[in-house]
Design a protein around this ligand. Structure first.
Ligand SMILES: [Zn+2]
Length: 334
């Protein structure tokens, strides 16, 4: 689903001011349109210069409050009490969500599907035994339940990305935000049998109220810090260049929804083997701990597989100890 332009100030920039987020993946399908309209495209793959603090609970207050992490200046707008602590800013580094993740772990997120491009994305992930996290839009899950199931069956992480991808999400009334998250949660659960643990705001449109609504549904907020702007189809080589800037701990934004994703598929086909050679380990972000291998060995079939990089060899990833059976679908563990 194409993200909508909201006009005015870059919502992402505003978000970072409001939330004090140091992340800088300014602009994405999930939020770039405003930047484009303003004619000042955001830098690619910009990452925070300084590591911002992890979302730790605030200093205990002297007066007992029933709802920890309640933002004192933000009205709850009638939201139910949080089921998990309310984060002060969304996570955009792997260890914020998976504290025991290996040092070489990264998070690859795939947004706005499922769509007709999802099978191709799944195929390139399987060929490279790469774990990803699909941020699904509820209406697309309703439209393509079999594709949503295929993502789940392959073992990838599932993330709630709202029901309708309405933007600017942070300007919606609280009850609408809540419904968008809850309905998508049901849609994904119904289609896949799995219950998402993470929520990504459409367009990265975070606000204290969005963070409260996220917590009210019991979800954790997922952002990103590397954005190749693949949604805008800048050219495969440009997407590749951005993806090759990924460093350990990064959370990367790509898309399987929102239109022609052929550039994304080609870029991933080139980059995933290079990530592996560099020892980067894409992991599932929707599991609170790494308890077993998250990357399976590339599928081995008797016939030679189409190679995207003839020189690339599936060298062993340092931390990945493949355990899953090499099924033809190349399903990832989990
Ligand atoms: Zn999106």
């Amino acid at each position: 689903m194409r993200d909508q332009a909201s006009g005015g100030v870059s919502r992402r920039g505003l978000l970072h001011i409001l939330l004090g987020v140091g992340a800088a993946g300014a602009g994405s399908a999930c939020g770039v349109a405003a930047d484009r309209l303003l004619g000042h495209p955001a830098p690619l793959a910009a990452r925070p210069v300084a590591t911002p603090p992890l979302p730790t609970p605030p200093e205990p207050t002297r007066t007992a409050t029933p709802t920890p992490r309640a933002e004192p200046t933000v009205a709850s707008e009638g939201l139910p009490p949080p089921r998990v602590r309310v984060w002060s800013s969304p996570a955009y580094r792997v260890r914020q969500l998976v504290p025991n993740a290996p040092a070489n772990a990264i998070g690859l997120t795939i947004d706005d599907g499922p769509s007709s491009w999802t099978p191709e994305v799944l195929a390139v992930l399987a060929r490279n035994a790469t774990a990803a996290n699909f941020c699904m839009v509820g209406v697309h899950v309703d439209a393509y339940p079999a594709l949503a199931r295929a993502v789940a069956t392959a073992g990838h992480g599932l993330v709630n990305h709202s029901q309708d991808h309405r933007q600017p999400f942070n300007l919606l009334p609280a009850h609408t935000m809540l419904a968008e998250i809850r309905v998508a949660q049901r849609a994904i659960r119904t289609a896949t049998g799995r219950t998402p643990r993470l929520f990504r705001a459409p367009g990265g449109d975070w606000s204290p109220l969005v963070l409260r609504a996220t917590a009210a549904v019991g979800l954790l907020p997922l952002d990103w810090d590397v954005d190749p702007r693949d949604w805008a189809r800048p050219g495969t080589s440009q997407i590749i260049r951005a993806l090759l800037r990924v460093r350990p701990g990064d959370i990367v934004l790509c898309h399987d929804g929102g239109g022609d994703r052929s550039e994304t598929v080609r870029a991933l086909a080139t980059v995933l083997p290079i990530w592996r050679e560099r020892g980067l380990l894409p992991i599932h972000l929707d599991r609170p701990a790494v308890t077993r291998a998250v990357v399976t060995r590339p599928t081995t079939s008797p016939s030679p597989r189409r190679s995207v990089r003839p020189t690339a060899s599936p060298s062993a990833s340092p931390s990945a100890s493949p355990t899953a059976s090499p099924t033809p679908s190349g399903s990832a563990a989990g």
